[in-house]
Design a protein around this ligand. Structure first.
Ligand code: NAD
Length: 254
């Protein structure tokens, strides 16, 4: 019989960025249910996430940090290790989107999106992988990509650039670190009901266009991402490297 313990995160510590809401909250709750100690990093309080995890006596600690500047990384690593010792799983989930015609995008908005969605992701991977390379005990990285890692999108040039970069970066890091027992993979969510898609969903015409193209016939939820996120963080994914797994209700199959 298959040993389902391979999916357990018991005894592991996972750090998830953007854990206060949306997909980051969904992943945090799922990891705590799977047995992990969860560290949520966010700009704002993770009170709601903490309460959801406390409801089943899960283990959660928050670190408040603004992820628009890499200078916060040493403090994040230090606080995380102080809370639970070694971090075993890193989920780069925090991200922003700015919708604007390409002709009108400002340099400030471009930099804001690239800094959080791309630059910070790389330097957080680097910070945790350095420790994992040194102790040779391995680790798991899950980056949150997007349908716009595969497609062009419209009115989101910086976002598309950053999410396309995430898919490439995930492959690159896997090539360097797979032999050190570090699994670097990504999840590409489809169209999910979170703040990120609030504007899209409130635009009746765009909302209808999107919905009618999703084979599953509905928007995704933060719970929909739990299975893929647990799988990629667990021993079950030991030989999965550099892959971006779509959780998209079939969107890419169209
Ligand atoms: P969301 O807007 O609800 O959550 C974004 C998270 O990022 C929040 O926790 C926020 O606090 C955090 N964040 C943003 N800027 C930050 C900063 N400067 N410092 C610290 N934290 C910061 O949206 P979401 O849908 O939950 O997005 C999570 C990830 O999933 C993002 O990377 C997003 O691009 C990606 N994604 C979402 C969808 C979707 O349909 N919702 C689809 C594809 C990819």
């Amino acid at each position: 019989m298959t040993n389902l313990n391979m999916f357990s995160l018991e005894g592991r510590t996972a750090l998830i960025t953007g854990a206060n809401t949306g997909l980051g909250q969904g992943i945090s709750v799922a990891y705590a249910k799977a047995g992990a100690n969860v560290i949520g990093v966010a700009r704002r309080s993770c009170q709601e996430t903490a309460e959801k995890i406390a409801a089943f006596d899960g283990s959660f600690k928050e670190i408040i940090a603004d992820l628009s500047d890499t200078s916060v990384i040493p403090q994040i690593v230090e606080e995380a290790e102080k809370a639970f010792g070694r971090v075993d799983i890193l989920v780069n989930n925090a991200g922003i989107i700015k919708r604007c015609d390409a002709a009108d995008v400002t340099e400030e908005d471009w930099d804001a999106v690239i800094n959080i969605n791309e630059k910070m992701v790389f330097f957080l991977c680097q910070a945790f992988a350095k420790g994992w390379l040194a102790d040779q005990k391995g680790g798991k990285i899950i980056n949150i990509a997007s349908m716009l890692s595969y497609q062009g999108g419209i009115r989101v040039p910086a976002y598309t650039s950053s999410k396309s970069a995430i898919m490439g970066l995930t492959r690159e890091l896997a090539n360097e670190w797979a032999r050190h027992n570090i699994n670097v993979n990504a999840i590409a969510p489809g169209y999910m009901e979170t703040n990120n898609t609030q504007n899209l969903r409130s635009d009746e015409q765009r909302s209808e266009e999107i919905l009618s193209r999703i084979p599953a016939g509905r928007w995704g939820t933060p719970e929909d991402i739990a299975g893929a996120a647990i799988f990629l963080a667990s021993d079950a994914a030991a030989y999965v490297h550099g892959f971006t797994l779509a959780v998209d209700g079939g969107w890419l199959a169209r």
